[in-house]
Write a protein that binds this ligand. Structure first.
Ligand code: MN
Ligand code: MN
Length: 468
């Protein structure tokens, strides 16, 4: 066979996935940097689901979105949003076509793994004061010791007053920490499996060590800490029972690598997709053909349960109200809708090749990662998009010049994961998972590639702008 004929045949028949940097123009690289600067600011502004929801609403209002009230008339071009208990936000840009033609949805989540305070958190032991925690989501406990932590959340007082707590975030403020054993005494702990070396009940936040009052008193450090909390927030110990306080890493988002090609931060999962969906929606310059809807949900990390999770009827209620405004039934709208379940996927990590199947993993800088199915074992717990739906997204992305890849999450039987995809699919909405590949997912400090972030944004835009 002629060399040129061989090359032609190869180009025609075999896949030609390339590193995104071999495809992306220099002009687009500038746009990518601008996009990522906005994303880093978004991360720093919203380290909890409440803070993130507030930042989403701030950006949406600046982009011309206004609060939606049930019964309000909606017309093409209208930009509206609804908040669900301050922890989840739903936004819509009303399209040219009726809702009976379906909507183009992006669903991401804005909760991330963290350490929540227990209902009776405060105690003193050996003249040191602590908060007891209960971890939220799938964490590797050993990663959360000996790192600086901040505390965010709300305390609702007896009379209903809401007090916002923010400790350890700003320059010059003290941080909190969870201690670990010194290696000199770690011999027995070293022999334990990773999952058992740091028991959940040792994840206690160190709060203080300075006593007040006379030395004949007991619990002096605990009282001193409570006094400081009272001075700053006007709360007493019993108020902590109606509080939601979350310890998160006290780190800011930053560039990673000598080439600054990556971003390191707490909470990429899944604010990296939430921001992509939000920004794509806000950046729509024209009225979309179909209504574009973005839902940023809470509670994904613990199963999407609860009133602010993706299984909640809050989303259906929002959509049903919109449909009612156009005399359309919700079920006819859902039946013709498409949803991109925008959630992160695992990036291939050359440090741990054993758990990955290289031919079917997302790779850094290869673009937004599609996942036909997630789940574990025999695809258990997966939504498993059909070939038609995958082909639909492939077509949309190629047409819009989006760099994308398709993958699984690890080797067969190595583990697995889930997203909100199945809860959207359960509503009779064609759904496909897609998102940014992440290194060290669920760690206090996760890493993503800027190129993949930007391509995910472009993918979201393509979904919102789709005409078919
Ligand atoms: Mn996620
Ligand atoms: Mn997750």
């Amino acid at each position: 066979m002629e060399k040129s004929a061989y090359a032609e045949l190869k180009g025609q028949l075999l896949s030609t996935k390339k590193n995104g940097y071999d495809v992306l123009s220099s002009g687009e690289q500038g746009a990518m940097e601008d996009y990522c600067a906005g994303y880093k600011a978004f991360l720093d502004a919203g380290k909890t689901e409440r803070l993130c929801a507030a930042e989403v609403i701030r950006l949406a209002e600046a982009g011309g979105y206004r609060p939606y009230m049930p019964g309000m008339a909606v017309k093409p071009g209208d930009k509206i949003y609804a908040r669900n208990r301050g922890k989840s936000v739903m936004l819509a840009h009303i399209g040219q076509k009726l809702l009976s033609e379906g909507v183009q949805l992006a669903a991401a989540h804005i909760d991330s793994p963290r350490l929540d305070l227990k209902p009776n958190p405060l105690y003193e032991d050996s003249e040191l004061a602590y908060f007891k925690t209960h971890y939220y989501g799938g964490i590797r406990k050993y990663q959360w010791v000996t790192i600086p932590l901040a505390l965010h959340g709300v305390v609702i007082l007896k009379d209903g007053t809401k007090v916002t707590v923010r400790i350890g975030e700003d320059e010059g403020e003290p941080r909190l920490v969870i201690t670990d054993l010194l290696p000199h005494l770690g011999a027995a702990q070293n022999k334990k499996p990773l999952a058992e070396a740091i028991p959940g009940e040792t994840l206690n936040l160190l709060l203080g060590s300075r006593p007040i009052g006379g030395e004949e008193e007991s619990g002096r450090v605990k009282l001193a800490v409570m006094k400081l909390l009272h001075e700053k927030y006007g709360i007493v110990e019993d108020d902590l029972s109606s509080a939601e306080l979350e310890a998160v890493p006290a780190v800011k988002a930053c560039d990673i690598g000598l080439d600054r090609s990556m971003i390191g931060a707490y909470g990429h999962d899944d604010r990296v997709c939430a921001y992509a969906a939000l920004k794509a929606l806000l950046d729509l310059t024209e009225t979309p053909v179909k209504t574009a809807v973005c839902i940023l949900a809470d509670k994904e990390e613990i199963g999407s349960y609860g009133v602010t999770g993706m299984q909640s009827a809050a989303f259906d209620t929002f959509m049903e109200d919109l449909c009612a405004a156009q005399d359309v039934t919700l079920r006819s709208c859902f039946a013709k809708s498409f949803c991109l379940s925008a959630d992160v996927t695992a990036a291939y990590d050359p440090n741990y090749p054993d758990v990955f199947e290289k031919r079917n993993e997302s790779q850094l800088n290869y673009g937004v990662g599609l996942c036909k199915y997630t789940g574990a074992r025999g695809k258990s717990g997966a939504s498993d998009a059909d070939a038609e739906t995958v082909a639909y997204v492939r077509r949309l992305f190629d047409k819009a010049g989006v760099i994308w890849q398709i993958s699984e999450l690890g080797k067969v039987d190595a583990g697995g994961g889930g997203t909100v995809a199945m809860y959207m699919a359960n509503r009779n909405i064609n759904t496909l998972d897609a998102g940014v590949p992440v290194l060290s997912m669920h760690a206090p400090f996760e890493t993503v590639s800027k190129l993949d972030c930007y391509e995910t944004y472009k993918g979201m835009k393509a979904v919102f702008q789709a005409e078919e």
